[in-house]
Design a protein around this ligand. Structure first.
Ligand code: PEP
Length: 250
């Protein structure tokens, strides 16, 4: 059975006090019967406090990025070993904001994937086409290439540490969501691409999350699709009420 996952990417939001407040609300209000694995990704400076806060709960903590090098003279950067040393076991890589604003290429993301896996971090691997790609009907090619160039070099055994997050760029933070049918069509395609390259066992086991303006009022329909195994949530992860409504929509 594939794991259902709802992950909240808090981006550059929430200071220390706000992080604690939101986590308190999530911890106390997550219904006991929740079937999804819930993950939150606060900023680097709040990771250690978040890890301490969620101890003995079912909530996981992810970093939003990691540097590809083991360490060294890289002012302002964070290594994988630093993350694991404070108990972080998951990292989001390849987010469209990292790709677009910080010019992360598929090759760089592939290096980060290697470093993360070497340190036994679970990778939430983000990818997705831009609006121009969908308009020119090139979206399947773009998605396949991002997977091949950023991820498909990994060993078969590493797939147990990988979660895929399909995030069409035109739907991120825009309020525009892929329709449940568009999400299903792409997720089915992605699973097929994984199947051809790595076999049915891996394709059937890997969780594929959808990300892009998932809200309490559209989550249920999107999550009802057979190849959608949960969501990566941005804006709606910042309010406990909204995030919990999405978590319980699984
Ligand atoms: C994201 O940034 O990963 C995301 C999906 O954002 P939003 O939910 O705000 O579109």
């Amino acid at each position: 059975m594939r794991k259902k996952i709802v992950a909240g990417n808090w981006k550059m939001h929430k200071n220390a006090a706000q992080t604690e407040e939101l986590l308190n609300e999530l911890i106390t209000k997550i219904p006991a019967q929740t079937t999804a694995q819930v993950i939150v990704a606060p900023t680097f400076v709040n990771l250690q406090a978040a890890v301490a806060k969620v101890k003995n709960t079912t909530i996981g903590v992810a970093a939003q990025n990691v540097h590809q090098a083991e360490g060294g003279a890289f002012t302002g950067e964070i290594s994988a070993e630093m993350l694991t040393s404070i108990g972080v076991n998951t990292v989001i890589l390849g987010h469209s904001e990292r790709r677009a604003i910080f010019h992360e290429t598929d090759a760089l993301i592939a290096n980060k994937v290697d470093t993360a896996l070497k340190h036994d971090l679970t990778v939430i691997f983000c990818f997705g086409e831009e609006l121009k790609d969908r308009q020119s009907e090139n979206h399947f090619n773009i998605v396949e290439n991002q997977l091949r160039d950023g991820l498909f070099h990994i060993a078969k055994e590493s797939w147990s540490k990988v979660v895929l997050a399909y995030e069409p760029v035109w739907a991120i933070g825009t309020g525009e969501t892929a329709s449940p049918e568009q999400a299903q069509e792409m997720h089915e395609f992605i699973r097929e691409v994984v199947r051809k390259a790595f076999g049915a066992d891996i394709a059937d086991e890997v969780s594929i999350l959808y990300g892009g303006s998932v809200k309490p009022d559209n989550a249920k329909e999107i999550f009802s699709k057979p190849d959608v195994d949960g969501g990566l949530i941005g804006g709606a992860a910042l309010k406990a009420e909204d995030f919990l409504a999405i978590v319980t929509a699984i």
